[in-house]
Design a protein around this ligand. Structure first.
Ligand code: 13P
Ligand code: SF4
Length: 319
């Protein structure tokens, strides 16, 4: 424990000396989330992480999350240095949507407006008309559908299908999925709900339809956290990455949080739903990157120039 305290103080000093801030996602290790908060950084969902990066005066952003979050930060802040504890932290949605195949798909449907989820590479964003995160996907698509636009959506088929069902928009869907949320089991969730009939069910929209259908609230990580604080229920069944429990407990310590099951037999297990790439962020490699400066995000300027347009469109819409 002494060692851990010393490690945290060394990181604190390094951040200060380099005018650097931590921007962490809710799915990262609570050690990182708490350190971000204690050092003037920020813990957030992917939309707010992007926004915070543009608002801080810090010269270096240390993004604790997955690669697309670091890339978005760099695209929006080309003058800032953007580091990550481990650049290999990817995302199954990003991996499942290679830029060349995606470009061919878009080229085959030139009459569609291209909307991509933030969980994609910079090159995919460069081909898009709009970037959206889970917190803003619904209103953006509603807005486009109201103008009569047909939508090409990538890469998350579950989120895409959810948006399609709610908005009634005409959407062509890429066949991608999040390996973490796809594991939630609807049958087992039904059993857990029977055991906790008064619990509100909170679901991230990257989950399969049959899980989303059982939700009281469907939303981004920030929206799910807010629901825990605002709904009168005492118990909550939560279908998203277990990293989120730290913030939920912090803001609503009296509430009872039950992880949604990722295995059959009504089993619940808090450590089951956890993104392996988010888990690549730790205090140790955070200190390392501050010492060495390697693991720096770099974006091809030609790609950056186009990707910033679709990301900025989202930020302007969100205002
Ligand atoms: P949020 O934008 O809701 O934080 O989601 C990001 C993500 O990767 C969810 O798996
Ligand atoms: Fe990607 Fe899923 Fe991990 Fe989020 S939880 S970063 S969508 S793999």
């Amino acid at each position: 424990d002494d060692e851990r305290t010393q490690l945290r103080s060394r990181i604190r000093r390094l951040l200060q000396a380099q005018n650097a801030v931590l921007v962490a996602h809710y799915y990262t290790d609570p050690e990182l989330q708490s350190l971000a908060e204690e050092t003037g950084g920020y813990v957030a969902d992917s939309l707010e992480m992007a926004r915070f990066g543009t608002e801080t005066d810090a010269e270096t952003l240390v993004v604790c999350g997955v690669r697309f979050m670091g890339e978005t930060a760099k695209i929006l802040n080309p003058e800032k240095r953007v580091l990550m504890p481990d650049l290999r932290a990817t995302c199954s949605l990003d991996e499942g949507c290679p830029a060349d195949e995606f470009t061919a798909f878009c080229d085959a449907h030139p009459d569609h407006t291209v909307v991509v989820y933030a969980n994609t590479s910079a090159a995919v964003k460069a081909r898009a008309d709009w970037v959206v995160t889970s917190s803003i996907a619904l209103p953006v698509v509603e807005h486009l559908a109201a103008r009569g636009e047909k939508i090409l959506w990538a890469p998350d088929k579950h989120l895409g299908h959810y948006i399609e069902r709610v908005t009634g928009a005409e959407m062509l869907l890429w066949n991608g999925a999040c390996v973490v949320h796809e594991e939630f089991k609807s049958f087992a969730l039904e059993r857990v709900r029977k055991l906790h009939p008064d619990a509100a069910v909170l679901v991230h929209p990257e989950s399969p339809d049959e899980v989303v259908d059982q939700a009281d609230v469907v939303g981004s990580t920030t929206q799910l956290i807010r629901a825990v604080a605002e709904l009168p229920n005492r118990e909550f069944i939560v279908a998203t990455d277990a990293g989120i429990f730290w913030k939920m407990r912090q803001i609503a310590p009296d509430k009872i949080l039950i992880p949604a099951p990722t295995a059959g037999e009504g089993a619940t297990c808090e450590s089951c739903a956890h993104c392996p790439w988010m888990a690549m962020n730790a205090l140790q490699n955070l200190e390392q990157v501050l010492l060495t400066g390697d693991q720096e995000i770099r974006i091809d300027p030609a790609i950056r120039e186009r990707a910033v347009v679709s990301i900025q469109r989202m930020l302007d819409f969100a205002r």
